[in-house]
Design a protein around this ligand. Structure first.
Ligand code: NAD
Length: 418
């Protein structure tokens, strides 16, 4: 991706929080607290590899804020993970949980590794050792990991088992996004994409564009991107392009999101999907479409391509996909952005439902989960839109206003200890 070095994500996240606090007139002491993560952990993860050698991976867990509840956030396995990125993602998690008003703080984790080049056994051993290194700092009342890029329900099952074996009994609430057979929630796997599709639909409504026949381009056809495509398609929209790390495919008359998922499942990529022409990730971003869904990594929309973007709505399934300079260009072009901390909050919302079900040992139907998700996403969208109108700002600034107001209030009420 372009621009990654010129936009250190931590600086972006810190600026976003500080600026929102400035707009809201938040007390300096509180802003200063929010600019610093509560706890940053870096651990070595010695792992036995299949060939008998031992490889030492580096892992991070950052807990940004726990004033509104336990820290919450995914764990990412990727060769380009950095501590700076993990800190930024933890700050966005604090804000995301506050935007949708669920009682969590923010955390994030990451391990520098390439799981695509590792066997399942190697990933399992690395995951279990990483969990052991963090064991005193995670738990249902402390910090609750979840899947993120290249981690899966199976990864969560290994974390749950390692934690549970150490404390001596099953603790389902230590992670979310786990398989339903061991306390996962129905609908969790689809929640990020479903939530993103719901707010994209609401944004089209705001712009008076019908979802029926609306054209959609998706960069990053993984968990979040593929479900966003599938759900928007079920609402009547037409997915015209999708991509992954190997490239993209385009069909002006529309492709079938489920067929693209099946093709990726079989071949490892969307590239080569029948009936489509090849397209690069860069070309996809500048397609003429109603909804653009960046669903890969940070900074994909940057100053090198923002001026060429022709979408009416950008619904940010990914975290941090738009650089601040690109946002300025996009604002000038009048493109309506549903920001990450709102657009992809469906995942953490259903993670919260999963944790609630785990603590009650009482499980909901998929319909109940989806109905509650729909209502939280629509209400949160409306609150952010109302704030954007009231403060005459874009949706990103409005979302940060809503989030920082809630977190600051919690910090102020609790006070600075001791
Ligand atoms: P994933 O691993 O399932 O999918 C990531 C996809 O992005 C893969 O298809 C991969 O091939 C593609 N990709 C990677 N590099 C790319 C590049 N340079 N260009 C184009 N595509 C590329 O991960 P995911 O869980 O879907 O996460 C995607 C984004 O959504 C991340 O920013 C993540 O933080 C965010 N997110 C995910 C969740 C969730 O519940 N899974 C929740 C909130 C936010």
């Amino acid at each position: 991706m372009v621009d990654v070095t010129s936009y250190a994500p931590r600086a972006v996240a810190t600026t976003q929080i500080s600026q929102a606090a400035g707009r809201l007139g938040v007390d300096d002491a509180i802003v200063e607290k929010l600019r610093h993560p509560k706890r940053i952990m870096e651990v070595s993860i010695p792992t036995k590899m299949d060939d008998g050698s031992v490889k030492v991976f580096t892992g991070y867990r950052v807990q940004h804020n726990m004033d509104r509840g336990p820290a919450k956030g995914g764990i990412r396995y990727h060769p380009q993970v950095t501590m700076d990125e993990v800190i930024a993602l933890s700050m966005w998690m604090t804000c995301k949980c506050a935007v949708v008003n669920i009682p969590y703080g923010g955390a994030k984790g990451g391990v520098i590794c390439n799981p695509k080049e590792m066997s399942d056994g190697e990933v399992e051993r690395m995951t279990r050792r990483f969990t052991s290194e963090l064991i005193d700092f995670i738990g249902p009342e402390k910090d609750i990991p979840a899947p993120d890029v290249y981690t899966t329900p199976q990864t969560m099952a290994w974390i749950l088992d390692t934690y549970s074996m150490n404390v001596g009994h099953l603790v389902p609430g230590v992670v979310t996004g786990k398989p339903v057979e061991i306390g996962g929630s129905l609908g969790r796997n689809e929640a990020t994409g479903r939530g993103c599709a719901i707010v994209a639909r609401e944004a089209l409504k705001t712009l008076r564009i019908g979802v029926d026949g609306a054209t959609v381009a998706i960069q990053g056809f993984g968990n979040a991107g593929s479900v966003t495509g599938r759900v928007l398609q079920s609402m009547g929209a037409k997915v015209i392009a999708v991509s992954d790390s190997r490239g993209g495919v385009y069909s002006p008359t529309g492709l079938d999101a489920a067929a693209a998922e099946a093709h990726k499942e079989e071949s490892g990529s969307v590239v080569g999907l029948k009936g489509c022409s090849a397209i690069t990730n860069e070309e996809l971003l500048t397609l003429d479409c109603d909804v653009l869904v960046p669903a890969a990594l940070e900074n994909s929309i940057n100053t090198s391509n923002a001026a060429d973007i022709r979408a009416r709505v950008i619904a940010e399934a990914a975290n941090g996909p738009t650089t601040p300079d690109a946002q300025t260009i996009i604002d000038e072009k009048g493109i309506f952005v549903v920001p990450d901390i709102l657009a992809n909050a469906g995942g953490v919302t259903v993670s919260y439902f999963e944790w609630v079900q785990d603590s009650a040992r009482f499980f909901w139907t998929e319909e109940e989960v989806n109905q509650r998700l729909e209502s939280i996403m629509v209400n949160s969208y409306k609150e952010v839109l109302a704030e954007a109108e009231r403060s005459n700002c874009n949706m990103r600034d409005a979302a940060f206003n809503v989030a920082v107001a809630r977190v600051s209030k919690a910090v102020a009420l609790r006070g600075i200890y001791p």
